[in-house]
Design a protein around this ligand. Structure first.
Ligand SMILES: Nc1ncnc2c1ncn2[C@@H]1O[C@H](COP(=O)(O)OP(=O)(O)O)[C@@H](O)[C@H]1O
Ligand SMILES: CC(=O)N[C@@H](CCC(=O)OP(=O)(O)O)C(=O)O
Length: 279
């Protein structure tokens, strides 16, 4: 191949990657997301700003475990995952929730392709350090970014369920915020948008709850210490801190019920909470 052409193609590929962003949506929000949210995703896709979706589904997992009479427990925000729990996690995340999101995108005319971290070995994982205590919960060791790039090049929006796998074929339950942060880092996107059920990180100021427009890593650590950041917000901020060290410039936490929230964030509107890398 002539070298100018090769450079042009490499340049095009690099530009295409820059135009991707990772969007994580949590189980707490999924049911409440309006049709316009999916229309916004479709419009971004058709305009060439490619969304890569990583989703959760914690409440649906808990509901199904309860129906089956399987006890469930969280340790520091992570679900204790025994073998029977792992079966339900995979069934719900890679099955019903993943397909529900794909259908919602297709219903508004978007093109989506669902896959879990097991498919093609997309999300490689290893046991967390406290494996003996919490079972088959995984930490991400690597992400096969070329699978995501290939899906995008075929014209589909990847919709990824956070189930990981290792070389021996063992499955792992991975917190969706953690998985999304790892996907963002390995893809080298500049932005991750975390869609949840609150308008951002909130703090009480003179007895009034306010959304913080931006927070530093130190402020986050302080707010975890004081208990102002707790529960499901902890894995989000931890994933944000872990991923803003690489190519990722910012992580934005927003409320999915706000109209056209993704486009507005991508256009630079001051909305939600931005966790920005300090240079
Ligand atoms: N400082 C904070 N600001 C806003 N929400 C917080 C804060 N600390 C904890 N939270 C909790 O985090 C929740 C979002 O996490 P979670 O329920 O796990 O959502 P998701 O399903 O989107 O991952 C909020 O509904 C709120 O209860
Ligand atoms: C290890 C672990 O806790 N995994 C999560 C995976 C789903 C998830 O993270 O869903 P949300 O984004 O809706 O919370 C779980 O089992 O609930």
């Amino acid at each position: 191949m002539n070298s100018t052409l090769q450079n042009e193609e490499t340049g095009n590929e690099a530009r295409a990657e820059k135009q991707m962003f990772v969007m994580k949506c949590g189980g707490s929000t999924l049911a409440a997301l309006p049709e316009s949210f999916f229309a916004d995703l479709r419009d971004l896709q058709s305009q060439g700003t490619q969304p890569v979706i990583v989703h959760g589904g914690g409440p649906a997992i808990s509901e199904n475990l309860a129906k089956l009479g399987i006890d469930t427990e969280f340790v520091n925000g992570l679900r204790k995952t025994t073998e029977p729990v792992l079966d339900v996690v995979e069934m719900v995340l890679a099955g019903s929730i993943n397909k529900q999101i794909v259908r919602l995108i297709q219903r508004v005319g978007g093109r989506a392709l669902g896959l879990s971290g097991v498919d093609g070995g997309l999300i490689q994982a290893k046991p967390v350090s406290n494996h003996a205590e919490i079972g088959w919960v995984g930490d991400v060791t690597s992400v096969q970014a070329e699978i995501i790039q290939g899906v995008v090049q075929m014209g589909y929006m990847p919709v990824i369920a956070p189930v990981g796998v290792d070389a021996s074929g063992q499955r792992y339950n991975i917190n969706a915020d953690t998985a999304a942060g790892a996907v963002a880092s390995h893809l080298g996107v500049s932005r991750m948008i975390v869609v949840t059920d609150v308008p951002g990180i909130m703090k009480s100021v003179n007895g009034e709850k306010k959304v913080l427009p931006s927070v530093s890593v130190q402020e986050i650590e302080d707010m975890i210490q004081t208990g102002e950041i707790y529960g499901g917000m902890i894995p989000k901020v931890r994933a944000a801190i872990a991923c803003i060290h690489g190519d990722v410039r910012e992580v934005v936490i927003v409320d999915g019920s706000e109209p056209q929230i993704l486009s507005r964030v991508l256009q630079g509107e001051t909305i939600g909470t931005r966790i920005i890398r300090m240079q």
